[in-house]
Design a protein around this ligand. Sequence first.
Ligand code: AMP
Length: 452
Amino acid sequence: MAEEAEKETVTFEDFKLNKQLLNAIEEAGYEKPTPIQEQAIPLIMAGHDILGIAQTGTGKTAAFLLPLLMKIKYAQGQHPRALIIAPTRELVMQIEENITLLAKYTDVRHTAIYGGLGPKTQIEILNKGIDIIVATPKRLMELYFKGELILKDLKTLILDEADKMMDMGFMPQIRQLLEVIPRKRQNLLFSATMPDKVVELSEEFLEFPTRVEVTPQATPVETVTHVLYQVPNLRTKIELLEHLIQDAETFNRVIIFTRSKKNAESVSKFLEHRNYGEVRAIHGNKGQNTRINSMEAFKGGEVRFLVATDVASRGIDVTMVSHVINFDVPLIYEDYVHRIGRTGRAENIGAAITFATEAEMYHVHKIEEIIRMKIQQVPKPEEVKEFKTPFEEQQEMARDIDRQKRRENPDFKGAFHEKKSRHKSNFEKGKKSGDPKNSFWQKTKKKGNRKK
Ligand code: AMP
């Protein structure tokens, strides 16, 4: 079963993306395409117009950016060949961040254009030559009518969050734009919902579109209980994990899901080091055979802990999993449903435990909307020591929270400005203090053998 599931998995390589993009994807930590990416990428690459119905948290941004970057390939000419329109400054900045991430190994020139600050710098950037523009509708048209923007080379137009764009009254600007750009082009429209106004817009805007739709799988298994611990930081997460698994009888077959390969490696090394029982890690860097062997050993009961990234969440077909622990909250929200679907299988009782920092609570609420239920929050056991959050981790979380607030309310003025360099937490950096070899994972005193 597991073998079959593995074989069916579509990979990013299957899309015939170039090496530069595959390397960036690898570095971003994306291990497998999400359902919207699986459906939309081949169609967009084949040149179709697309009507994409997908919410945030489905990976929709990369679904249109990867084929776009394949098409744009490298810096060329003076005027933009692609235009991405989004309703808010925050979304524009977020899309641009995604381009920076994915176009890292190309020389593609891109910029974000939005209101709220003077256009001078934006104009200077445009004058140097540009390939992709991400913009809010108003500022874009202002620059166009000032004669600062030449759109004659445009080959691709993308409208993101079209429903929000209609709600915010941007139809006049979109109409103006459609009148002044070349007719022969590829059009992509993404929207979370399809109210009449968006249907109308799509009819005006798209030519024989192919519709791709993902509705996140929303029904978790009923026999599973869900609980949530809010913890201040990573160090406390590991402390809590260690506390919970002391009860070896209850926590007898546990899958621990992490957001990145690095976290999966760190958690599994930590558990191994402390001798709490057999541990295996499965993620994208492990070969297929290793993954299958680990899964079999876990299935057979020889392995107590399986530490996995979401690459494996659909392929794990093991009954009698006592607990699924979400060490990190997944950013692809539907993965929550897949993760917890690994417990409570075949009518067995299961438990899903989620650890969330303050910054991750935003995503927990989004997940709750999708699964249409509240995840019960329980207080952290008193015995679990609360560690102070290291400065860099604190900064990273504060920045995340700012971004989330701005996303919900474009007028929110955060404490952090995007221009400040972004620090990664040591843990995420891995190589330095996050490396299992020299971090607290190892520094903590080795405890006795606690195998059952
Ligand atoms: P979006 O729905 O485009 O807002 O993406 C939601 C989050 O998922 C973002 O943080 C992306 O960086 C991340 N993401 C996009 N594609 C993938 C993937 N294939 N695997 C894991 N994470 C992804």
